[in-house]
Design a protein around this ligand. Sequence first.
Ligand SMILES: Cc1cc2nc3c(=O)[nH]c(=O)nc-3n(C[C@H](O)[C@H](O)[C@H](O)COP(=O)(O)OP(=O)(O)OC[C@H]3O[C@@H](n4cnc5c(N)ncnc54)[C@H](O)[C@@H]3O)c2cc1C
Length: 459
Amino acid sequence: MTNSAQHHPDVEDSAVDRLVGRVKGEVLLPGDPGYDAELAGFNEIARHRPALVVAAVHAEDVVAAVRFARERRLAVGVQATGHGIAAPDEHTVLISTRRMNTVAVDPASRTARAEAGAQWHQVIAAAAPHHLAPLNGSSPLVGVVGYTLGGGLGPLGRQYGYAADHVTRFDIVTADGRHRTVTADADPDLFWAVRGGKGNFGVVTALEFALMPVRRLYGGGLYFPGESAAALLRTWRDWTRQAPEAMTSSLALLRLPGLPGVPDHPAGRLAVHVRIAFTGPAEEGERLVRPLREAGPVLADTVAEMPYTSVADIHQDPTEPLPYHERNIVLRDLDDAALARLLEVAGPDADCTDPMVEVRQLGGALSRPPAVPNAVGSRDGAFTLSTLCLPGSPDRVLAPLSGWGTGRRYLNFLAGPDTAGAAADCYDEPTRARLTLLKERYDPENLFRRGHALKPGPA
Ligand SMILES: Cc1cc2nc3c(=O)[nH]c(=O)nc-3n(C[C@H](O)[C@H](O)[C@H](O)COP(=O)(O)OP(=O)(O)OC[C@H]3O[C@@H](n4cnc5c(N)ncnc54)[C@H](O)[C@@H]3O)c2cc1C
């Protein structure tokens, strides 16, 4: 806090002084030199403007911040990387976790422990020397905790399930200001709800989870010109019906400023990107992928045997901040009529400007309940259909395909202010009802009402 800080009407100066004395990290108010930089996040579609930021360095800072907010009935927000921002936080206490980023791997128990601000690339690097891999997603810059609490759908998903399915323990600060250690035995209801219920029940300060015995992949991406979209969509859809669980794949219709590895691809021109992650032998992978390679003229082909540490090369997600809406629906089917509709709204002749329209195959372990049940929704889905849209751009893709949807969405593929109220759409009715009841029990005053929030109350 500096002299240039603008004191917010929601917080008294003397209370801020006491908070500064209590926390080891920084307390930042609007106008403080570090305030804007602390709030800068990956998705620039929105920017938090809280009454006060606690840049936490350990769990006690999180406890102090939650108690401070609770005493003033201010909402609590949390940001690690800003990949999953919903609406901007105002009149809140925002806990920035980026400094709490320690990662430790225990090869004997094949588990990792990550603090609240850790990113996936740290876990990947720490696990690899032990021939182990986490269930990270497509971008290693995403936060471990936010991703896992929202489910966590990654390149090993069909073989091992959601990242949330493999959490063994977490430490969380709940709305009463208590710092609890939660396991399947210690607090089964909270253990169930937080794994899938995301930030609705408190601020997780550290997460422990199992690692998988994966060292290498047969993986990468195949790029095709947009004119091949119809052939590729049909071939890939048919191919997914036979794909083994060791194969996780997706298909994206891309309209990007440039295409990696294809220097002469015109900016904004449609390209088809098929992403492959196969954990079996490379020869078998090659045999499996052959029909896809033959389905159109290949512009670039990066599919080969790779160390797991190169997993980011599969999707080649953006690494620099940019503004976008992220929206999705879960599909129960992708029949011929659905493919035709998708081509109509997002194919080469469509009036579509979305930089990415993506279909990911679900099924396999993603469709089975985990050993210890959790709140992750959509085990009955066959595919996710998601879009990254330019700022202000309305949905032109998902609504036309909603007839093939399960009626639900996948929580992690929601970002931007227009998705803030969509969390309730992510669960079947019994799961939503149980989450709502538990929200009433653990957060009756709705302290955690920011992000993709559920309302407390009777079912
Ligand atoms: C390029 C890109 C690739 C992605 N790939 C995948 C993918 O392959 N699979 C997938 O499932 N998702 C993916 N996502 C979505 C991503 O998992 C979500 O956006 C996730 O919320 C990001 O978490 P974060 O902490 O990095 O983001 P933040 O914006 O910092 O946090 C988002 C939300 O996560 C919750 N949260 C974060 N930290 C905590 C905490 N300590 N305690 C409680 N709640 C917390 C809060 O609700 C918070 O509002 C991707 C997103 C992007 C932008």
